[in-house]
Design a protein around this ligand. Structure first.
Ligand SMILES: *[C@@H]1O[C@H](CO)[C@@H](O)[C@H](O)[C@H]1NC(C)=O
Ligand SMILES: *[C@@H]1O[C@H](CO)[C@@H](O)[C@H](O)[C@H]1NC(C)=O
Length: 394
């Protein structure tokens, strides 16, 4: 019976894990969703709560994307500071439509993954005409996104605005707006921008942020405090930076925008179509000279110059021979003769044997000497070898 019950429990947990979570969000209102690590942990080990009485606390990372797309919708951002922290999806949708978000949680201990589906249905809504942006210096985005903190900030702003009808329009990390990464020291924070909107006109306190006196004070770079009667911040880290407060009055903007006039969608009938007269003749000769003739002339000149340098300035074989040392010339001729001889031998069979194989000959004239009597006589006389005593003595 107990086994059956746990099996049933397991089934319900699994079916919850695969259920879609749906949200209807009005366009222009801030949306945030906390990815609770505890929820995903019970997906990874649905039975450990039952048998161990507690859940593990595994590090987890999340990967979020729009279904069938590689990334999130443009308006939605994801942040998670550390695998032991919860993640947040947040952003302000601007146009109506439906987005299906897939959230994959990866357990960094066991490398199991699980998936959650979030269906965000953005419905058309009017954005509040009066908006104001505040900078909270001593916060980081993950510390501001939990709903309790958002409520605290909203309550402070409601007092500052002097109205209950106030909504948070946008919360963004100062780093996304060109802020600098702070030093990793205590007391240094990234900073968060909170934009709120209301139907109610700005309060007297807020309007002080638009006075020229306020702007002059802030321009000096001094630390300007929130005017005493307007300082409502109960928690020091939620206090706004007074100089970074900006007001946006969208009510006048809407009034000045002229409504587009819609036509019938069909062009009015006009006169007959008159084609343009053919354009004037153009003189292409200068273009032709510049692009064709000039390069051609240059090429011919270069060609002539090169041929003169290569061919016209050679000194001639006779002159060179006259200048050359006789021994060197003789050596050169021998090499040439030998080469010619080898070539002619290679040409065809049945040539006379090379002269160097003949018994005795004058290498210059080719005239043969009388063959020696002794068969041990070398074919070529080794004239410079004094050890050989078979030399003919004269
Ligand atoms: C919210 O703030 C982010 C970051 O500055 C910005 O990209 C986005 O356009 C803002 N959304 C709205 C609706 O103002
Ligand atoms: C809201 O306040 C501003 C500044 O005082 C003023 O110019 C504007 O007319 C007010 N709007 C309405 C609708 O009262």
């Amino acid at each position: 019976m107990a086994g059956c019950r746990s099996w049933f429990l397991f089934l319900t947990v699994v079916s919850v894990a695969h259920a879609e979570i749906k949200f209807n969000i009005p366009a222009g209102k801030f949306f945030s969703y906390e990815l609770m690590r505890e929820t995903f942990q019970s997906d990874f080990e649905p039975l450990s709560q039952l048998y161990l009485g507690h859940l593990y606390d595994d590090p987890m990372v999340f990967k979020c994307n729009k279904q069938y797309f590689p990334d999130l919708p443009e308006w939605l951002r994801f942040t998670q500071r550390h695998p032991y922290d919860n993640g947040f999806l947040y952003g302000t949708p601007t146009s109506p439509g439906k987005s299906v978000i897939e959230i994959y949680a990866i357990n960094k201990r066991s490398y199991e993954t699980t998936r959650q589906i979030l269906v965000l249905n953005v419905i058309a809504a009017k954005s509040p005409p009066y908006q104001a942006e505040f900078f909270i210096k001593l916060r980081e985005i993950e510390k501001v996104l939990p709903p309790t903190v958002q409520d605290e900030i909203k309550q402070d702003l409601q007092k500052l605005w002097d109205t209950e009808a106030l909504d948070i329009v946008n919360i963004s990390n100062a780093l996304d707006r060109g802020g600098r990464v702070p030093l990793p020291l205590a007391g240094h924070f990234e900073g968060v921008y909170v934009k709120a909107g209301s139907e109610q006109n700005f309060s007297a306190c807020l309007l002080q942020a638009q006075t020229p006196e306020h702007q002059r004070q802030c321009a000096t770079g001094a630390k300007v405090k929130v005017p005493g009667e307007c300082n409502f911040c109960s928690i020091p880290s939620n206090c706004i930076s007074w100089c970074s407060t900006e007001l946006f009055d969208l009510s006048q903007l809407e009034a000045t925008l002229p409504a587009p006039t819609l036509g019938s969608g069909v062009l009015e009938a006009g006169e007959n179509f008159e084609p343009l007269e053919s354009p004037e003749d153009r003189d292409f000769l200068p273009d032709y000279i510049v692009t064709v003739i000039v390069p051609l002339v240059l090429a011919v000149i270069l060609c002539l110059l090169l041929s003169y340098i290569m061919c016209g300035r050679r000194e001639g074989v006779d002159k060179r021979n006259a200048k050359t040392n006789q021994i060197q010339l003789y050596h050169h001729h021998t090499i040439l003769d030998n080469t010619d001889e080898l070539r002619s031998m290679a040409n065809h069979r049945g040539v006379p044997p090379p002269r160097s194989t003949l018994p005795m000959f004058d290498s210059r004239t080719g005239a043969r000497a009388t063959p020696p009597d002794s068969p041990r006589m070398p074919l070529i006389m080794a004239q410079h070898d004094p050890n050989v005593d078979t030399l003919p003595r004269k």
